[in-house]
Design a binder for this molecule. Structure first.
Ligand SMILES: C[S@@+](CC[C@H](N)C(=O)[O-])C[C@H]1O[C@@H](n2cnc3c(N)ncnc32)[C@H](O)[C@@H]1O
Length: 349
């Protein structure tokens, strides 16, 4: 057992406060507090800009300052710190939308039902709301738009790292399965001037894609297609990308999506899966916490490299390599497994 620096009971009690910290970060992001701290500001000014009660806001900011998010530069006067900057809307690495979504009532109520997930392996969100997350988004377009924006903004670094790590040497037509607003396609088409691409996602998720691709200057090489990847995926691509898709689904559902992709993959084509890879053993990795969020929200899961390889195999694909990036995301490449395809052929008479 590893020795801890403080008493174990004190340390574990501090961990229990994680929920309070998460909710405070969510609230200062959602209320736009970091956005109005443009230099040192008194708590009374901040409260009047954000419609909050000054004493309560003071106590929230004092708590956050005690862990390095904001700093109290003079009594009841706060300024930004490097940890507070990403909570602003205009920060280059802004996570404001993500904090808004991650701390939302939808996530919070789902986590309140986590016991249901632990006891049954099923979705806590579905238990709390009586429907699955994607149907809920269909019925709540405002929350769906927030979620899409949060994914797009938060994954800008992921998309850049993945685009940098993967080479797309001969790709003529790339299909981004579950491509959302088209952020990754925009990044890839800007890097590869000869490439064409299709953004494929549910209708509400692709609603803003044409506009985003237009403003990225790549609309003439991009097509937007609405559909359901459980029913089938667009044909004609030579490279199929799935960025943070498989972790939303359990093994059976993920295998279904992969086999729909494998069905349209031409000989010599590739599947590029962009996901966090869970390290074996006790190693700390954000994917381990995200795994629990995936379980609660979707009965989904983050996977280890060998679990991905098994998933590819179940769809008749072969894992050929994994490229690791510095953004705690990996790029797994799979190709048609010729041995499986040959074995599947009926014996000749
Ligand atoms: C975690 S987001 C990832 C979005 C995008 N790939 C990215 O990297 O920013 C998962 C995406 O899967 C899409 N999705 C969920 N169910 C789908 C379905 N049945 N068919 C097509 N897309 C689906 C969602 O709309 C969402 O855009």
């Amino acid at each position: 057992m590893t020795e801890s620096a403080t008493e174990p009971s004190v340390e574990i009690t501090r961990m229990m406060d994680g929920a309070v910290i998460a909710q405070l970060i969510h609230l200062v992001a959602e209320l736009g507090v970091a956005d109005v701290v443009d230099g040192a500001r008194s708590v009374d000014e901040l409260a009047s800009f954000t419609g909050t009660e000054p004493e309560a806001l003071y106590r929230a900011l004092r708590t956050l300052a005690s862990i390095g998010v904001f700093t109290e530069v003079a009594p009841r006067t706060f300024d930004l710190t490097s940890l507070a900057v990403p909570l602003r809307s205009d920060a280059e690495d802004s996570v404001r939308e993500l904090a808004t979504v991650r701390g939302s009532r939808e996530h919070w109520l789902a986590l309140g039902e986590l016991r249901h997930s632990l006891c049954t392996g099923r979705s806590a969100f579905a238990r709390a709301y009586g429907t699955d997350w994607w149907s809920y988004l269909d019925e709540n377009p405002e929350h769906a738009a927030k979620f899409s924006k949060a994914m797009g903004d938060n994954f800008a670094q992921v998309h850049a790292a993945a685009a940098g790590a993967s080479d797309f040497p001969d790709t003529k037509l790339l299909v981004d399965i579950g491509g959302g607003r088209g952020d990754l396609v925009a990044t890839l088409l800007q890097r590869h001037p000869a490439m064409h691409a299709v953004v494929f996602d549910r209708p509400h998720a692709v609603a803003d894609a044409a506009e985003l691709l237009q403003s990225a200057g790549v609309a003439d090489r991009a097509q937007v297609t609405a559909g359901d990847f459980f029913e089938g995926v667009p044909e004609g691509g030579d490279t199929y990308v799935l960025c943070r898709i498989l972790h939303d689904w359990d093994d059976q559902q993920a295998a279904h999506i992969m086999s729909n992709v494998a069905d349209v993959l031409p000989a010599g084509g590739r599947v590029v899966v962009i996901e966090a890879v869970v390290p074996e053993g006790d190693e700390s990795h954000p994917a381990k916490l995200m795994d629990i969020t995936m379980l609660a929200m979707h009965k989904g899961k983050e996977r280890s490299e060998s679990e991905f390889a098994a998933l590819f195999e179940s769809a008749g694909l072969r894992h050929v390599r994994t490229l690791h990036t510095n953004a705690q995301i990996s790029v797994l490449i799979a190709e048609v497994d010729r041995t499986t395809k040959v074995q599947e052929k009926p014996p000749s008479q």
